[in-house]
Design a protein around this ligand. Structure first.
Ligand SMILES: [Zn+2]
Length: 368
């Protein structure tokens, strides 16, 4: 396999992370820098979700106290309590965006779109205050009750939930052309094409784990199960190619989502989410090498191209200063290091199983 051997990169910007709270937060926080990341965009789906500016600011303070050398960007969880006044307050508090979850909308796609329209005053305020709209781009699956009456093409499963969402992306972009929108964790070629077809205010996030797996890898391994689920091998290759895409519309967001091992294995249904935080940068470089070895990506991918995907484009979209400003670098080296089988909390009460556990990866060090 082609190896970069030793690489020096800018610190990465991870534009989609789940850091949780309490003991899980304390366990996961040190893995941000282990993964070569100095700036993260923190998802708001705590229990209860972060729906107020005060809660977001307090959460940011809890995170910052644990990791003074990481920059945390915050986003609110969109629900009915959020008004244009909340958006103005969020902008003043330095909150960067608002996240939309499909679980917050009704159970079928048509009503979902109607529901988006009820948030138009909020989106208008976001456009004015220059906040980012983060979309979980899936529509809910058709319920067993409705399958009998729905036309075949209208039945939604986890496999077509993302393409079915794309008309909503197009409509939001058409109605709010100045609103910066990120289609988070793209998993299909259709989604990439939809983002490419939009104007410069629309971008797409790409995770590390979707660069490695397709749907067959999800079946039978709960630790590969995430939402949106990985799709076909064709989609996987399209995601890898998006890293080197000339459109410059795709950037890194791990969607790293730690769950206690019991939540992934114990219940009837595994929790959705792959934990990649501690190997964020390393995994992307591993995936690119695999892409080169398989002939999917050109052999001459440069350090600049990797830097752009991992750091440059995302920072520019979020209007952050370039990574070069603080002069820090990360160094990746092949030393035979393996991703561990588990990450444990200090008190041993929580065990998280990383994505690609047991696989070889790069060793990463910080150079300041
Ligand atoms: Zn997520």
């Amino acid at each position: 396999m082609t190896r970069f051997q030793k690489l020096e990169l800018s610190p990465a910007y991870d534009s989609h992370v789940h850091l949780r709270d309490g003991t899980m937060m304390e366990t996961v926080i040190p893995t941000i820098r282990q993964g070569g990341v100095d700036t993260v965009y923190v998802m708001p789906n705590l229990v209860p979700p972060i729906t107020t500016v005060a809660a977001a600011v307090a959460y940011r303070e809890r995170l910052q106290a644990l990791a003074p050398d990481v920059k945390f960007l915050m986003t609110l969880y969109l629900d009915k309590s959020i008004t244009p006044a909340t958006i103005a307050e969020a902008a003043r508090a330095g909150i960067a965006g608002v996240k939309v979850y499909p679980a917050g909308v009704t159970t079928n796609s048509e009503a979902g779109v109607l529901d988006y329209q009820s948030y138009y005053p909020v989106f208008e305020a976001m456009q004015e205050h220059d906040l980012v709209l983060n979309l979980h781009g899936e529509v809910p699956s058709t319920s067993a009750h409705d399958v009998g009456t729905a036309a075949d093409g209208d039945v939604v499963t986890v496999l077509n939930a993302e393409p079915k969402f794309l008309p909503t992306l197009r409509k939001l972009h058409a109605d709010f052309p100045r609103l910066r929108i990120v289609l988070e964790h793209c998993t299909t070629k259709e989604a990439l094409d939809a983002v490419r077809a939009c104007g410069p205010t629309v971008a797409g996030g790409i995770t590390a784990h979707h660069l490695f797996i397709d749907i067959s890898d999800v079946c039978g391994d709960a630790f590969n199960f995430c939402k949106p689920v990985a799709k076909t091998p064709v989609d996987r290759v399209a995601l890898l190619k998006a890293i080197v895409d000339e459109s410059g519309k795709f950037f890194f967001g791990t969607d790293s989502a730690p769950h206690p091992i019991e939540a992934k294995k114990g219940g009837k249904k595994p929790a959705a989410g792959c934990f990649t935080q501690g190997w964020a940068t390393q995994l992307v470089v591993d995936a690119v090498e695999e892409g080169i070895a398989n002939g999917w990506l050109p052999e001459d991918i440069s350090v600049e191209t990797l830097d752009e995907f991992l750091s440059g484009r995302g920072r520019r979209f979020y209007k952050l200063p370039p990574a070069s400003q603080n002069g820090r670098k990360i160094v990746l080296d092949r030393k035979g290091e393996k991703i561990p089988e588990a990450l444990r909390s200090k008190d041993g009460s929580i065990e998280v199983v990383p994505f690609r556990r047991g696989e070889e990866t790069y060793s990463l060090t910080w150079k300041s």
